[in-house]
Ligand binder design. Structure first.
Ligand SMILES: Nc1ncnc2c1ncn2[C@@H]1O[C@H](COP(=O)(O)OP(=O)(O)OP(=O)(O)O)[C@@H](O)[C@H]1O
Length: 315
């Protein structure tokens, strides 16, 4: 049997004063241990959703249940198990790293545990910086401090609000490794991102949000198979003047002056690769020689762009 969800949102709506609907009837169940990526352009409502669960934004309507506790009436027990890594550090700038991180643990009523704090700081390569004031750290190190603070109270559910926005490639990879470590510890993670690559790499499931509406939620692989397509370019040894009859059952076209056979198919079936294999057999049977095949599965990015329409996607 499937374990009960860790977090359940039912028809969550948030209308800001002024009338902007930042969340529009959002329902979502988060499973224990998963990494869920909430993908959406600027202003989609991602931060508002996190804020609602973390008690920073008051929903206009709807219900939120975390760890079996209704957050409207019984938030204290649930919130102690929820961590948040916000986009930016707002306090503690004058504090030394180790004090800020230890303080976060205390905020949640946990007994001091210097060994655990040391472990967290070491795992984030912050141990050598432990006595430095946060304001003196680089942007990337400040982000690590945010993560250390969130980990210090050992949350079971962790929100990461755009963990790698504006950080360099190196640090982004470091963040991904840290997220992997947290997953291995059994922490359930909800991350928001503009970076499709990040969702593609990290997430088990992906939710696509735009203008406050959750447009789609699915297993990442299933989403890619269901909405994806395969494209294959087969380089021919000698150019063809026309498409042979035997290939007419395949979705193929001749391109580049007859030197390249292009397959575009498998839409929504996930069977494109198998069909490309069939196509190569048909080429061999027809005595058509080829020198190379390049295939490409459409990515989450293609899906995202086609769902949202051009011009609305933040890179
Ligand atoms: N306190 C507020 N008062 C009024 N409108 C707000 C408030 N906070 C956010 N909004 C609006 O609600 C919408 C959703 O914002 P939100 O920050 O949740 O989006 P986001 O998906 O997190 O965007 P980003 O990727 O830019 O962080 C935006 O149009 C934003 O301008």
């Amino acid at each position: 049997m499937e374990s009960p969800p860790i977090l359940e949102l039912e028809r969550l709506t948030k209308v800001y004063p002024g009338g902007l609907k930042a969340l529009d009837d959002v329902s979502l169940s988060i499973r224990p241990g998963e990494i869920f990526a909430l993908l959406g352009p600027n202003g989609a409502g991602k931060t508002t959703l996190i804020g609602a669960v973390c008690g920073l934004v008051r929903p206009s309507s709807g219900r939120m249940v975390a760890f079996g506790h209704d957050l409207a009436t019984d938030w204290r027990k649930a919130r102690a198990r929820i961590g948040l890594v916000p986009q930016e550090l707002s306090t503690d700038m004058f504090e030394p790293v180790i004090r800020a991180v230890s303080y976060s643990r205390g905020l949640f009523g946990l007994a001091p545990d210097p060994a655990r704090i040391e472990e967290i700081l070491r795992s984030l390569s912050l141990w050598d910086k432990r006595d430095e004031r946060i304001m003196a750290l680089s942007g990337g190190m400040k982000r690590r401090v945010l993560i250390a603070k969130a980990l210090a109270h050992e949350p079971d559910l962790l929100f990461l609000d755009e963990p790698t926005a504006g950080v360099d490639v190196e640090l982004r990879k470091g963040m991904w490794a840290i997220i992997d470590q947290m997953r291995a510890r059994g922490v359930t993670i909800i991350l928001t991102t503009h970076y499709i690559e990040e969702a593609e790499l990290m997430a088990d499931r992906v939710g696509i949000i735009n203008r406050g509406k959750l447009l789609m939620v699915d297993e990442k692989e299933a989403m890619m198979a269901r909405l994806g397509r395969t494209e294959a370019h087969i380089a021919l040894a000698s150019p063809l003047a026309a498409l042979p009859q035997a290939l007419s059952r395949f979705p193929v076209e001749l391109e580049e002056g007859g030197t390249s056979l292009c397959y575009r198919g498998g839409d929504g079936t996930g069977k494109g690769k198998a069909e490309v294999a069939e196509l190569t057999k048909a080429l061999v049977a027809e005595g058509i020689d080829f020198t190379g095949i390049e295939t490409r599965e459409s990515s989450l990015e293609d899906i995202f762009v086609s769902l949202l329409g051009d011009g609305e996607v933040a890179a």
